[in-house]
Design a binder for this molecule. Structure first.
Ligand SMILES: Cc1cc2nc3c(=O)[nH]c(=O)nc-3n(C[C@H](O)[C@H](O)[C@H](O)COP(=O)(O)OP(=O)(O)OC[C@H]3O[C@@H](n4cnc5c(N)ncnc54)[C@H](O)[C@@H]3O)c2cc1C
Length: 524
């Protein structure tokens, strides 16, 4: 460090302001309000309340502007593309930014040469206060039997998930019951329920959403998790520094002794010395920062995982809606066409998959169609992927990304077993599509390009023991560093197909308990 660098101290430094960084801040602040917390994020603050979900911005122009501000180097709107166009582009090897990136995100590799080398071309980031949590679909299903992390005691697991659901305001009542919704759930139930356990039947998707007495929805982002810490002007022991990147952690080999941070617009550099440092920069940039800091356990960036996802769109058979159900509901009172999101839970061995069924208006992938959108249903089905050491992030020793951090390239291949699982998903999906009506040609079955799930996992995975196959312990404490914690989907060590954020928030809740105890006992 230069002698001229400004050095500041704090109790806790949190790097990354997405849902996971926010969970750490809230848990620690609630338990120990006198603890000084500094949170930094390399992206801009989009809204007055820090980390609000952009769907809550009612003005469409403002909303689009917030999405664009989150897109790192790509400060422009992406063109709308159909699922078919995206799939065909991927099949033809015609990978381009416009075919892969989604609003509010930017691709890890942003030029065509790098995209061709990258085996997970759709892998993306969000670079804004609130992270991807300002753009997510908010689906928060609990993981099923074989998806659970086996070395976490059941009671602790249960506590962590209940707290995570509370922080995320998870509800199954975000959408009012309507004719199409009932129809969708019945069709799915008729095909699937007989093979699912009693507590894993077809049901409305648990969503991170606050619903007021008028049925108005407020989608949960970091602001809700942070609570009063997110309020503009909040100045009691919590400071959020936006557009501020952490470039490096300093270490004496056992502890983190400081963090080099830079305010990007002014290039002002500071060192922050914290008793506890938490890195929650997503599953790619958390290992990137550790690697840049010379913290390189064997498993760092390895075991890269996501669940393959097959999409198709069906037109809901009119008769199902109109004859069987519509009379029961007053259609005229509906102010919007949204039906809701439904869930066919993972339940091995009969259904080792995850079904997420959405009306196209809430689907993260837009399809263009002349059909009446009221009756279009998106069927997303995923399976688990075999976890392999070889699937990993390559960090460049020489090349840098747009922010001057080590450039990443992603190595990721499907095994023969993965391919078999995908075929099984496809046959199940066809069976279900037929029960609904007909598959829309422009939304026919498509295995989405790797990275599309936006649920990358495993790159800072937790383990029961320090045997070289994990980066941190079951409390997210990096092996060998008493005051360094990691958070986010990267800590999930299991093959999963359920959406991961609820699990990552739960693991941050569990890790926070350990941090709180370290702070109370001054043992850092
Ligand atoms: C369109 C979309 C739909 C999704 N739908 C769902 C869903 O329905 N269910 C679900 O479970 N998940 C979903 N996800 C994924 C979900 O949003 C993520 O799992 C979640 O946001 C992860 O939280 P996080 O805090 O770990 O990371 P993020 O939310 O990605 O936040 C990481 C933050 O770290 C910051 N950062 C990175 N590097 C640095 C650095 N060196 N210095 C300072 N700051 C840094 C980034 O700017 C970012 O703000 C979706 C994502 C998207 C984009």
């Amino acid at each position: 460090m230069s002698d001229h660098t400004n050095i500041k101290s704090t109790d806790v430094l949190i790097i990354g302001s997405g849902p996971i960084g926010a969970t750490f801040a809230r848990m620690i602040s609630d338990a120990l309000p006198k603890t000084k917390i500094v949170m930094i994020d390399l992206g801009p603050k989009l809204t007055k309340r820090a980390g609000m979900h952009v769907k809550n911005i009612s003005d469409a122009v403002e909303r689009e502007s917030a999405q664009i501000k989150s897109q790192g180097p790509h400060q422009k709107a992406y063109p709308l593309t159909t699922v078919a166009e995206r799939a065909n582009a991927a099949k033809d090897g015609n990978l381009s930014l416009d075919m892969l990136a989604r609003p509010g995100t930017h691709l890890v590799t942003d030029n065509i040469t790098d995209l061709k080398k990258n085996q997970m071309p759709a892998a993306s980031y969000s670079s804004n206060v609130g992270g991807m949590g300002a753009h997510w679909t908010c689906a928060c299903p609990r993981p099923g039997n074989e998806e659970k992390i086996p070395f976490i005691p059941e009671q602790e697991y249960e506590f962590a998930f209940a707290k995570a659901e509370e922080l995320l305001c998870v509800t199954q009542n975000a959408f009012a019951e309507c004719a199409e919704g009932v129809a969708i759930q019945k069709v799915l139930g008729d095909v699937m329920n007989h093979q699912l356990s009693k507590n894993r039947q077809v049901q409305p998707m648990p969503l991170a959403c606050k619903v007021d007495e008028n049925g108005e929805r407020y989608w949960v982002g970091s602001d809700i998790i942070l609570g009063e810490l997110a309020e503009p002007g909040y100045d009691k022991n919590f400071e959020l520094k936006s557009e501020t990147i952490c470039r490096k952690l300093f270490t004496d080999g056992k502890n983190i002794t400081g963090a080099l941070i830079e305010h990007l617009p002014t290039k002002k550099i500071e060192e922050i010395k914290a008793k506890i440092t938490i890195v929650a920069c997503d599953a790619l940039r958390t290992p990137q920062l550790l690697w840049a800091s010379g913290i390189r356990p064997k498993a760092l960036g390895h075991y890269l995982n996501e669940h393959p996802f097959v999409f198709c769109f069906v037109e809901l058979n009119d008769e199902l809606v109109e004859k069987s159900f519509a009379k029961k509901y007053d259609q005229s009172s509906r102010s919007e066409p949204t039906i809701g999101v439904f869930w066919v839970p993972f339940d091995a061995p009969n259904h080792p998959f995850h079904g997420q069924i959405m009306h196209m208006d809430v689907s993260p992938i837009k399809i263009e169609t002349n059909q009446n959108p009221k009756h279009i249903v998106g069927l997303g089905w995923g399976c688990t992927k075999e976890i392999q050491y070889e699937d990993h992030i390559e960090f460049s020793e020489t090349e840098k990304d747009y922010l001057g951090m080590p450039k990443l390239n992603l190595r990721f291949t499907l095994t023969e077993n993965d391919k078999m699982q995908i075929e099984k998903v496809k046959s199940l999906q066809i069976k279900i599509a037929k029960a609904f009506g007909k598959i829309i040609q422009e939304g026919e079955q498509t295995l989405m390009p790797a990275g599309t799930s936006l649920h990358l996992q495993g790159t800072t995975r937790m383990g029961k023991i320090n045997d070289g196959t994990s980066v941190c312990d079951s409390h997210s404490n990096v092996w060998g560093y008493s005051n360094l914690f990691v958070g986010g989907n990267g800590v999930i060590p299991m093959p999963t197909t359920s959406n991961p954020t609820l699990t990552s928030v739960a693991m941050a809740v569990r890790a926070s308990k350990k941090i709180i105890s370290l702070l109370e006992n001054k043992s850092y």
